[in-house]
Design a protein. Sequence first.
Length: 342
Amino acid sequence: MRAPIRLIPPLLLAAALVSACGQSGSSGTGGGATNAAGSSTAAGGGSDCAPVAGDQLVVLQDDQHLQNADNVVPLVYAPAAQSNPALLPALNAISAKLTTKDLITMNAAVDVDRKVATDVASNWVDQAGVTQGLQKGSGKIVVGGSNFTESTVLANVYADVLKSAGFDASVQEVGNRDLYLKALEAGQIQAFPEYLATVTEALNAQVNGANPTPVASGDVDKTLTAAQGFAAQKNLKFGTPSQAADQNAFAVSKNFADKHKVTTLSDLAKACATGTLVLGGPPECPTRPFCEPGLEKTYGLNFKSFKQLDAGGPLTKTAIQKGTVSIGLVFSSDGALAQKNG
């Protein structure tokens, strides 16, 4: 299972840093709205979008970038990168191959199939062919990992690839972000698989003090540019972000998606303009700009009701599968997304 630190931050970060970006949600209202593109989605058209049960969950693409870009990205101790020119190229080779689908598959292998994280990491490295043509390096590199499945797997992926590049690489569990950033900045560990938007705001707070103006967004390039500026002040250096992301996402049952022919949140807004959607998520969702208010403001979605559940956990996923809610907050790399009907 993932540690709570990865389940809650996108919402808590929104509350602490961008509370002014959205008003309280309007659960139970059916009023019209205008989305970011300027198109009206007033109630009165579309089909009945009541919940539809189904075992398989499908994440709807956040095509208008409501969520911050929490792509997996290498973060290294800058002096280690300078003295070991092969370090960042090896980690960037991982980023070039790693996808969100890969994260889902690896998380499922550990959390659902009960495989060992080190074996899952090694298997991905072998299948991805990521070690071919790597620049050769040498020396000791300690890769940090936090205490949840995905971080552990990614840390071992990093270490395996670095070993193939000639480094004496090992993995060390270093706890939460406050602890491992200090260890990374001090050179006690030399590399860490990070999440771009979340670590950007953590570094922002370190550099500018509590409650700074947020700089992370759904734009990977702009967020990375801001992150690089903070990292340079903390003796750190970023690699290249991967396509893989672990961030807030919204899922429906596959049966619901098939019925309404939706693959994106914009599709959902067009198909379900009647205000018959039931939204499920954590208690704070109706007041958080990355949750219900964001869905209303960015996509013009409106909801019949909100059901209080949990933050991407079993309550929300079960409610989608049983047809208690139409759509619910999940996390984009959750291993449960790999489960199939039947």
